[in-house]
Design a protein around this ligand. Structure first.
Ligand code: FMN
Length: 203
């Protein structure tokens, strides 16, 4: 095994399978119980694509809206192997820190052993525009914009999870100061919310 954490090339989504939108909305719910089994590459790839991926090649438009189209969010992906940053443009995971840091992704006991957590930060330094009206709005409402953008991401993740039979919980209960320190993030990075996911435990 390499002593370095390597990038993970994600696979393109299969858009024709899974539940219908209404079926997924009907199934959407929070669960805090997880099998330790890691998500398949297909499920991990499609989850990240649904949450924050590119759905229009020509404009690089994404699966979620973003105020003024600035997309200030970063999705940090915590696995047994290490922490990665989701790179939507290339649909891949870039290494951030090697090692099992899952316990840092949340205060609740299940977080350390669940196979996957995602911590969502907004990078305030990217919340900027050449358009003076947009710039003023981004500066005046930065916190609200970041939280609303993150809400769209988490809802897409919940709906994808419902459609793929994956358990999921959205969590605010995180020591964001410790987390920022472990990831080497500056004060410009504002923690929004985290997700924990995994397949249902075997009964
Ligand atoms: C912004 C937000 C923060 C949340 N924080 C936590 C949390 O820290 N820990 C947790 O176990 N659940 C958390 N939840 C999940 C809620 O408890 C859950 O959505 C709620 O009980 C409704 O259940 P449902 O999602 O199954 O409909 C959070 C949900 C939201 C929207």
């Amino acid at each position: 095994m390499s002593d370095k954490l390597l990038p993970v090339k994600l696979v393109a989504p299969v858009v024709k399978d899974g539940a219908t939108l209404k079926g997924a909305i009907m199934k959407r719910r929070t669960s805090r119980e997880f099998s330790p089994q890691p998500l398949t590459l297909k499920d991990l790839s499609e989850l990240l694509w649904a949450a924050y991926g590119i759905n229009r090649k020509a404009t690089r438009g994404r699966t979620v809206p973003s105020a003024c189209g600035v997309y200030p969010l970063d999705l940090y992906v915590f696995t047994l192997d290490g922490v990665y940053l989701y790179e939507a443009e290339e649909h891949k995971l870039n290494p951030v820190v090697k090692g099992d840091l899952r316990a840092l992704a949340g205060g609740q006991e299940f977080v350390a052993s669940a196979p996957l957590s995602i911590a969502i930060f907004a990078d305030r330094s990217r919340m900027t525009s050449d358009d003076p009206a947009m710039e003023a709005s981004l500066k005046a409402h930065a916190d609200r914009i970041a939280a609303l953008d993150a809400g769209a991401v988490t809802e897409n993740a919940y709906l994808y999870a419902a459609s793929a039979n994956i358990n999921i919980v959205e969590r605010m209960w995180v020591d964001d100061v410790k987390l920022r320190e472990a990831l080497g993030l500056s004060d410009d990075n504002l923690f929004q919310v985290a997700l924990t996911l995994g397949y249902p435990p075997e009964k």
